[in-house]
Design a protein around this ligand. Structure first.
Ligand SMILES: Nc1nc2c(c(=O)[nH]1)N[C@H]1C(S)=C(S)[C@@H](COP(=O)(O)O)O[C@H]1N2
Ligand SMILES: [Mo]
Length: 208
């Protein structure tokens, strides 16, 4: 049995302000659905870390996994309750790489140049997974299979589908939707839907 965590909200209203509950699971993304070749798939943790890591699919898939029960909230106002994700805890990957003390934020990298930025404290939470399964079945390609980030406590655009790596950074740099007007943090309970990133930060500085 993988270890289990119930991340459903109990300390605040379960449905964040302005959200509408849906039972089906909408598919939402920019661009086409990538179908990465498992033989070439890698997962990297790099940037401000002591031991950069690069795992093959077999190495990644062999790591200990956790089951997380959670609600998800899209900025376009749909929310879906009681999702069961299975995946590798983000914290385990960060621990293996050894985050340097200067790191404050992360840029998450996915297929097709999709990126999203998060404060390190939001990324390092126990409920966050690089998920491979949903409700007992492998993640469908349109939902981010073979692996997607899941960060239940922020708007779901932070949960990058088809994820391939995490870059630790000193400072905050906007990802794809953030460069297009979405909020740098994206807390659904504060309705952090849209923001104004500093124009000087629209062209990112960290390495790719
Ligand atoms: N790679 C990638 N990940 C992405 C997106 C995207 O465009 N590309 N869209 C985000 C948005 S806005 C949402 S709401 C969720 C939707 O996930 P779903 O299609 O599994 O519901 O994926 C997020 N992850
Ligand atoms: Mo979204």
């Amino acid at each position: 049995m993988p270890d289990q965590l119930d991340a459903r909200t109990t300390d605040r209203p379960r449905l964040p302000p302005g959200q509408i509950l849906t039972a089906k699971w909408p598919v939402l993304h920019y661009g086409r659905v990538p179908r990465p070749d498992p033989a070439r798939w890698t997962f990297r943790v790099f940037g401000e870390v002591e031991r950069p890591i690069e795992l093959s699919w077999a190495e990644f898939d062999a790591l200990p996994k956790r089951e997380v029960r959670c609600d998800i909230h899209c900025v376009t106002t749909w929310s879906r309750y009681d999702n069961l994700f299975l995946g590798v805890p983000v914290g385990l990957l960060l621990e293996r790489a050894g985050v340097r003390p200067g790191a404050t934020h992360a840029l998450v990298h996915a297929e097709e140049e999709y990126t999203t930025n998060l404060p390190l404290a939001d990324l390092a939470r126990d409920a966050n997974l690089i998920a491979t399964h949903h409700d007992g079945a492998p993640l469908a390609p349109e939902h981010g299979g073979p692996a997607r980030l899941v960060v239940p406590h922020l708007y779901f655009w932070k949960s990058a589908k088809w994820v391939r790596g995490i870059e630790l950074m000193e400072g905050d740099w906007p990802g794809f939707w953030e460069q297009n007007g979405y909020h740098m943090r994206g807390d659904p309970w504060n309705e952090e839907r849209y923001g104004r990133p500093d124009p000087a930060r629209m062209r990112r500085g960290p390495r790719r």
